[in-house]
Design a protein around this ligand. Structure first.
Ligand code: NDP
Length: 317
């Protein structure tokens, strides 16, 4: 079976490509520059890549650039989207590629009979950024929707880009009868497949390097291998539909520091986060729907251990 992965050089997408090849799929993968060795050589080294991985050049902002890739694919995994937390021009750097890019990919999928399902990597930020109070008695689930105006007022531009992209995607999918599933991961960590860290790994890298401490906020941790697996389950399970939250555990930074110090006593992990007292309460994110899909989460202790070992192996710490 032939499938497509957009933004294949990314942190999550690289794991997705690796697992898809392991499962015997033929993978048509898009990258912005197939000749960029730094971003593609790890993909070419995966088991099965020589026989079954095909790299294509495609850009989110170029209309029609996904047409030749998607033709013949049974599933399209759309993961490409900029993940940037500080920008000077939010419209150009985040919103346009997320929103126009998602619509470009969906337009290429519409009316291609081979495409049976589209799986979109959305984010938990399209679920819970709406000002509703979060506390230990609250369980966030897929019926929650973020409010783009609320995020704009708070200048949460990455969230705005993902919210607008998801809203437009559902509208387009309905109008064009596309079978679509959206996945909503939290903060993704895990072993690296190429020796560079993406935006979501930066806080952890800086934490274990001891170069930065953080406000003691609650973060929504999830392992990259679980996120990649969820994509495959969302495609292979015919009954999958709608939205799926993918968050392993909501935990304060100070608790993560404790776990890291237990596993790696020699690490320069700061003794505490910037604030001793947790700044915000924890809450729960429902795992019910994604558990039914068949996803079991990797314990955070294992994710942290594997992540730090991988950072050591790649000489990043
Ligand atoms: P990465 O930064 O590792 O990957 C992002 C990918 O998007 C890269 O392959 C990048 O290509 C591609 N991309 C960016 N802009 C364009 C463009 N204009 N045209 C084509 N491709 C483009 O991020 P992640 O793996 O972390 O994120 C992947 C997806 O998961 C994103 O949709 C993100 O919003 C979502 N997500 C991530 C979370 C996280 O914690 N990491 C949490 C929730 C959701 P290039 O390599 O050429 O720059």
């Amino acid at each position: 079976k032939v499938v497509c992965v957009t933004g294949a050089s990314g942190f999550i997408a690289s794991w997705l490509v690796k697992l898809l090849l392991q499962r015997g799929y033929i993978v048509k993968a898009t990258v912005r520059d197939p000749n960029d060795q730094k971003k593609t050589e790890h993909l070419r080294s995966f088991d099965g890549a020589k026989e079954r991985l095909h790299l294509f050049k495609a850009d989110l902002l170029e209309e029609g650039s996904f047409d030749p890739v998607i033709d013949g694919c049974e599933c399209v995994f759309h993961t490409a989207s900029p993940v940037l937390l500080s920008v000077t021009d939010p419209q150009a750097e985040l919103i346009d590629p997320a929103l126009k890019g998602t619509l470009n990919v969906l337009k290429s999928c519409a009316n291609v009979p081979s495409v049976k399902r589209v799986v979109i990597t959305s984010s938990i930020v399209t679920v819970l950024c709406n000002g509703k109070p979060l506390s230990p008695d609250v369980t966030v689930d897929e019926t929650w929707f973020s409010d783009s105006a609320f995020c704009e007022r708070s200048k949460l531009w990455y969230a705005v880009s993902k919210i607008l992209a998801e809203e437009a995607a559902w509208k387009f999918a309905k109008e064009n009868v596309i079978d679509m599933v959206t996945l909503h991961p939290g903060l993704v960590i895990g072993p690296l497949l190429r020796p560079t860290v993406n935006t979501s790994m930066e806080p952890l890298l800086n934490l274990v390097n001891g170069t930065e401490t953080f406000p003691n906020v609650a973060r929504r941790w999830v392992d990259v291998r679980d996120v990649a697996n969820a994509h495959i389950l969302a495609y292979e399970n015919p009954s999958a539909s709608g939205r799926y939250c993918i968050v392993g555990r909501v935990l304060h930074c100070s608790e993560v520091v404790k776990i890291l110090q237990d596993i790696f006593p020699a690490l320069k992990v700061p003794k505490k986060c910037a604030d001793d007292e947790p700044l915000a309460k924890t809450y729960r994110v429902s795992k019910e729907r994604v558990n039914i899909l068949g996803l079991n989460f990797t314990p955070l202790e294992i994710s942290l251990k594997d992540t730090v070992e991988s950072l050591k192996e790649t000489n990043l710490i």
